[in-house]
Design a protein around this ligand. Sequence first.
Ligand code: HEM
Length: 137
Amino acid sequence: MPSQAPVIEETRNPDTPYYRLGGAPVFEAICNRFYDLMDEDPQYAELRAMHAEDLGPMREALPRFLAGWAGGPRDWFEAVPGRCMMSVHKPFAINRAVADQWADAMTRAVSDVAPEPADMAKAMGEVLGNLARGMGR
Ligand code: HEM
C-alpha cells in the first residue's frame, strides 16, 4: 500500500474573535498601543512601574497570549506547559487601582486600533477589562 501524506488539520477557524478582528497584525497593534499608553500616559504610572524597564518582551508576549486566548495560534501556551494567568501574575500584588489602569488602557487600545467589527471590538474590550478588574484586590 502506498504511504499516505499526513493529514494536516485545518486549525484556522475564521469564526473566532482572533480571526474576526484581523489576526496577528491586529493583536500586535493592540498590544503596542496598550504598552505605548502605559508608557506615556501618567494615569498609568503605577501600572507602568510594576513592569520591567524594557517593555519589548511584553510587546512580544501579550499578543501571543491573547492570540491563544481568542481562538488563534496557541504557541504561548504550548511553549511552557502549565503556564497560565495565575502563575505569571503570582509575583505581583495587584490592587484595584492598577487593575483598573490595565482595564482602562486595554479598552482604549482596542477601540483605538481595532474598532471593527464594532460588536467584536466592544466585546473584546469589555471582556479583557473585566478579566483585569477581577484580578485586583
Ligand atoms: C490586572 C492588572 C494587571 C497587572 C498589574 C499586570 C502586571 C503584569 C506584570 C508586572 C507582568 C510582568 C511584566 C514584566 O516583567 O515586565 C505581567 C505579565 C503578563 N501579563 Fe499581566 N497584568 C495585569 C493583567 C493582565 C491581563 C488581564 C492579562 C491578559 C489578558 C495579562 C497578561 C500577561 C501575560 C501574558 C504576561 C506574561 C508574559 C510572559 O511572560 O510571557 N496581564 N503582567
